[in-house]
Design a protein around this ligand. Structure first.
Ligand code: ADP
Length: 650
């Protein structure tokens, strides 16, 4: 390892002013290191042996000169020469053993950390994901885990080995000639200080370089996508754009040049100090040998060898605290994630519904989306993440209730349609039923049991949700379907896909059910995706279906297919549907009209349409003479918007 390279490790967090939390070391030991204590003990023994062996060669060479060459004793020369060979072989073998041990410990540790983080993050409430950048989370799992791993085997190990090697080397040097050793030590420490200062400058420049690089690539990503490029063209600003880009690019060039020079200076200083030490030994030691005979020729050889043996650990140790702190910061950031409450752990006495009937009820539900402080990582709010902007201060933001006093019931087997202006809280109601969030007051009950008293597993088994734009993983159609029921046979898949009116389409694809879909896979249309999602629901066979109907316009054929699939999916189940289509509303057993987070009307279509109120208004503006239906966006009918003031049924 190069002395002090850690000081310029790319992407290392800035640890200036960082103080580890009390008890951090104890916690690292208890939670992560203790399982490997035997291996760690062996690792430290091997480490000590390797450092001890490192000091031997210069001592042996000195003896060969003094007791062999100068004394004319061939036996001594041969025996000691052979001993030096054995030490070399032993060092190499132990070096491999040391590496094996450190790698085996650190890989297991990385594995432990990664899987604990992954498991914890996936159990976080949904609010956490809406407030946290995906990149920041991935960086936790990747970079911080590696940083933390370096703490255990890299840094602690190196510090111990360096300290031993330095102590042994200095001890031997003092026993040979203490005044010369003292002079060397002064020289080495003084220059190690210089090297450290250069290293700090280098670190600062590296960070600056990364910042400018990030700014440059952010700019390119922003300008070179279609909408960015369009804006540049429409406003006719290519010259200004070029000028601003040139500025950024120039700053990158400038800082890179400075960094190159400083980096070379850093390594030159390191090499120079070592060489100066050796020169001092030969110059001063040689003079001592000639004048008073206080040192022998062999001792000069030993001393010059030991200068290098002592210098490298000395240099590394002078930087060790920065490295250690860097590693500890990583651990702290890992713990920060692990300490976030997931809030979903089943409490003791949680009930598992055996055969849910599907009686759904909201009782006087009040809800506000949680403020950022409850769900986001403290370091993210501060903007500590590489290139991260601090989040707006939502901490003192008083969360306004989205639902005020919502009471509604969906008896088992009923279809209830939620209708109301955009932003009135319909999706929020579905999220609360699925327990993606917990209510602030009141309760959501399934078969009379508060959903918070159900085991999460039995709640997920009882419910399924189809959103407007269902997500598919980048995987085969079969795998996406089996996400709902891993045991399902091929025949099961085909049966549900037939019921969801999507089988013929899948069967017509060259790879059939093995076709890869998702982000980069085969592009299914919106209607096809919804039908696939419906097939997935049929496979899960839940008692309750939560459905957010697609607002997007489907051609009449897909529309008919989706409707047919839905009829199949909802038959015999309880369903709560955010309705955008007249057909759904007409079919519903009850319609619940929501406005501004309150239920303002309930009833069947016939009851509501003739009564004065929001529903009648919405219906008249959307379904009056000449209007196609509830799916028609308001914007297409300028006359209708004024009457409803709000976005009509979205
Ligand atoms: P609808 O489904 O009726 O259009 P929503 O339930 O989506 O209405 O939204 C109700 C209100 O809650 C809106 O004012 C919206 O801005 C707010 N809201 C929705 N989701 C979030 C969220 N994740 N965080 C904070 N506020 C939200």
């Amino acid at each position: 390892m190069n002395p002090g390279t850690g000081a310029i490790r790319r992407g290392a967090p800035d640890v200036t002013g960082y103080r580890p939390t009390k008890g951090l070391l104890g916690r690292i030991w208890r939670e992560f290191a203790r399982p490997y204590r035997r291996r760690l003990a062996v690792f430290f023994v091997v480490l000590l042996a390797v450092s001890g062996l490192g000091v031997l060669p210069p001592v042996i060479f000195g003896r060969i000169i003094d007791h062999g060459v100068m004394a004319g004793n061939l036996d001594v020369v041969l025996w000691l020469g052979a001993a030096a060979g054995v030490v070399a072989v032993l060092s190499a073998v132990l070096g491999v053993a040391q590496r094996y041990l450190s790698a085996s410990i650190s890989e297991r540790l990385i594995y432990d950390l990664r899987q604990r983080l992954y498991d914890h993050i996936q159990r976080m409430p949904l609010a956490f994901f809406t407030r946290t950048r995906c990149g920041a989370l991935i960086s936790r799992i990747n970079n911080d885990v590696i940083g933390a791993q370096q703490a255990v085997t890299g840094q602690f190990g190196n510090v111990a080995a360096d300290a031993v090697q330095l102590a042994v080397a200095l001890g031997v040097m003092v026993s040979i000639e203490w005044r010369l050793t003292l002079a060397l030590l002064v020289l080495l420490v003084a220059f190690a200080g210089v090297a450290r200062r250069v290293a700090r400058r280098l670190q600062a420049l590296t960070r600056e370089q990364m910042r400018h690089n990030a700014a440059m690539s952010d700019r390119m990503t922003e300008r070179f996508n279609v909408s960015g490029a369009l804006l540049v063209k429409l406003f006719g600003r290519p010259d200004e754009e070029a000028r601003e880009f040139n500025d950024t690019a120039w700053r990158v060039a400038d800082v890179s040049l400075r960094r190159a020079v400083i980096s070379r200076t850093f390594f030159a200083t390191l090499t120079m100090v070592g060489a100066l030490g050796v020169a001092l030994v030969y110059g001063v030691g040689g003079a001592m040998a000639v004048t008073g005979g206080a040192v022998t020729a062999g001792q000069i050889v030993t001393l010059s060898g030991l200068v290098m043996t002592a210098y490298q650990p000395l240099n590394r140790l002078s930087n060790a605290h920065v490295e250690l702190l860097t590693a500890l910061v990583s651990f702290e950031r890992v713990f920060e994630v692990l300490d976030l409450p997931t809030g979903q752990a089943p409490h003791e006495g949680a009930v598992a519904l055996q055969r849910p009937r599907g009686d759904l009820a909201l009782e006087r539900v009040r809800f506000a989306y949680p403020p950022a402080s409850e769900v986001t990582l403290a370091s993210l709010r501060r903007g500590d993440e590489q290139g991260g902007e601090p989040l707006p201060d939502l901490e003192h933001h008083v969360a306004t209730p989205v639902l005020h006093d919502v009471t509604l019931s969906v008896p088992a087997g009923w279809t209830v349609a939620l209708v109301g202006p955009s932003g009135s809280g319909k999706s929020t109601i579905l999220s609360l039923v699925a327990r993606l969030y917990d209510v602030d007051a009141g309760a959501v009950r399934l078969d009379g049991v508060d959903v918070r008293d159900l085991t999460p597993a039995s709640l997920s088994a009882a419910l399924a949700m189809v959103s407007q734009d269902p997500h598919l993983f980048h995987d085969t159609i079969a795998a996406n379907l089996r996400y709902a029921a891993p045991q399902a046979s091929d025949a099961d898949l085909e049966a549900v896909c037939r019921a969801a009116h999507i089988h013929d389409l899948i069967a017509g694809l060259p790879q059939g059910y093995q076709t890869i879909v998702g982000e980069r896979g085969y592009r299914l249309s919106g209607g096809e995706k919804q039908r696939l999602a419906i097939a997935r629901v049929l496979l899960a066979d839940p008692a309750v279906v939560l459905l957010d109907e697609a607002t997007s316009h489907l051609d009449s054929e897909s529309e008919a297919a989706v409707q047919a699939a839905l009829a199949e999916a909802l038959r015999g189940r309880t369903s709560l549907v955010i309705a955008h289509r007249l057909s759904t509303i007409m079919r519903a057993d009850r319609i619940v009209v929501v406005a501004d987070g309150r239920v303002v009307q309930q009833g069947t279509h016939d009851e509501l349409v003739s009564a004065p109120g929001l529903y009648a208004t919405l219906f008249r503006t959307q379904f009056g003479p000449g209007h196609a239906g509830l799916t028609t966006p308001a914007g297409r009918h300028p006359g209708s918007a004024a009457e409803t003031a709000n976005d009509p049924i979205p």
